[in-house]
Design a protein around this ligand. Sequence first.
Ligand code: HDE
Length: 711
Amino acid sequence: MPTKPKAPAAPPLAAPDTTTGIETLTPPGGELHQQADGEPTQLTTNQGVPIGDNQNSLKAGARGPVLLQDFILREKIMHFDHERIPERVVHARGSAAHGFFECLEDCSDITTADFLQRPGERIPVFTRFSTVAGNKGSMDLARDVRGFAVKFYTQQGNFDLVGNNIPVFFIQDAIKFPDLIHAAKQDPDREFPQAQTAHDTFWDYISLTPESMHMIMWIMSDRTIPRSYRMMEGFGVHTFRLVNAQGQSTFVKFHWRPKLNSQSVVWDEALKINGADPDFHRRDLWEAIDTGDFPEWEFCLQTFSQEQADALPFDVLDATKIIPEEVIPLRVVGRMVLDRNPDNFFAETEQVAYCASHVVPGIDFTNDPLLQGRLFSYQDTQLKRLGSANFHQIPINQPRCPFHNLQRDGHMQMAVPKGQVNYEPSSLGEDIKRESQASGYRTFPNLETGEQLRVRPETFADHYSQARQFFLSQTEPERDHIVAALIFELSKCNVARVRTAMLARLINIDESLAARVAAGLGVKDPIVPAPAPVPAQDLELSPALSILAKAAPGLKGRKIGALVTDGVDDALLDDLKAAVEAAGAKLAIIAPTITGVTTAGGQLIPADFRVDGGPSVLFDAVAILPSDEGGAALALEATAVNFVRDAFGHLKVIAYLPAAAPLFVKGGLSDANPDADTGLINLPTKAVSDFIAAAEAGRVWAREPLVRKVF
Ligand code: HDE
């Protein structure tokens, strides 16, 4: 067994201050509540009573009735009956990891936030990624927004940055959220479709909600089918406020930039990954961390003043808008590394309670009406989910700094507060902690005036300009994918009005977009545009909005699959493994049996996957390396034929030996032309290094028109 790499040497994480005499919850206070030292020596009940037989209930006679007095049986079953808690109403399916945040730059010029003051200092974080619409047991590769929630355990309390992998949102006002989610999730009468927006109710709602058009461009792009949680950007979405020691406010948008760059799969691949490995993303995150390949993100601030905000062609309180990086650049002030998997999924990933209202001194809110609604929702939802106002006492939710107040009691109180005084002002109780104006959280004193109105500001009225900017800023394959995604999704809508109504919106974004989607839907009638009180402006394009324009070549963090048979060439396999690992990727062996293959030189190479359990959708590039007899035998296995056909169809780089020819023929790829296709690496002619270089360059986009109709 290879030894597990250790986390790089790091300065110790800031430890809670134990000199103040303030109790934290671990370990629980009070002698009565100290846990007994040492591990129990045997299985016990929850009362600590040793159990003699965990297989048989207590009966009156060997074949007689079970007795009610069997407290061991009753306790076990009662606990089991209560194992489930309500899943999150959105973001139910997720995966999380521990790690650290390291400050890289002193930000005292703009904020007093303690974790952004001292370069080099680290604090713990717990980060959860999620899909939004699907239930807890749904598949990972749904076309969906991904949640990107980070709990920073700072020395001034917990800061939760509850963001997404897309920097805008569907709606501008929180009051619309329940309707949006009802429309997106399964239909209430039949409870399907699961984990997808490709159905009438979602598109009906969207067609009637023009403010969602910018978000629609993002969710129809490949951003919603990420290759890995490790390869996603993250965004705080709203405009927040930073406040410095002088009380000056600076607006900020929070960004996470992955070290591995943003990467996505293609749609047909996503559909097949869901069948091949519904846990694709959570397995990928778990395995990367488990093998020491720790994912990392830069933490960036996009800061701006009131004057800059006023000069922008939209309102910074409108969560359906971005500020292009080309207009206001990002300042990298920290990094996050995830280096430890949870010990227990339920205790940590399921019970972690992120709240948009959890901010620390130096970070404040703005009047974004979407954000304001969220400030209520998260605490409310945790009460429902976790069942008690004491959810902050669950270990994953506890601050790592001392905390103390006079809130008391409630369901599942874990602390044992001492003393007679639980109120203040009080002249008794000398040791209770008091408020401090000097160091306490201070809300920015923004001047607010105005009538009480239920209206949308006029500055929120432009719904199309940034949607157009996003679409036109994409590279050609990315635009093709937005068109294809819209055709796919709208083709799942049975109600013709919904499709027509969407075309009437799309034409306001870009005429060619609407025409292409109409062609893909087979709509021949002219498209009548929906009323657009503010027509789309031509904003400066922003290449930073494209994944492909920013992509850097490389295989770090990727997986290469080698399909082999008995008789595989030892030297070739060794070269391939060494080259793949040197590029920072991992090689997986796929073989006709899980025991593995015997090489031409007589070595037994164990397989990572049997051929039907390791389809090529699980890998970023593939090598087809059968022996002469092996190639002919594999051509009789449909899963091996599909391995090659799908790798080609998903635009992957394929290295192959001549012995793979029967698979290509059976897969309908006999006319694939290595002279015209940079992704076909014929190994006797080309070298393993050519394969690696081609795979590092990514997918072969030029092949796409050969494998599907591009409208
Ligand atoms: Fe959430 N959202 N949300 N959301 N959200 C929840 O809180 C809500 C929104 C986001 O890994 C819920 O603990 C409202 C935007 C993430 O545990 C709930 C509105 C963004 C997660 C809730 C929004 C998010 C949630 C459900 C509109 C990106 C998962 C379970 C006003 C900035 C956190 C829970 C985790 C979860 C409400 C919109 C991100 C119901 C009312 C915009 C990443 O409270």
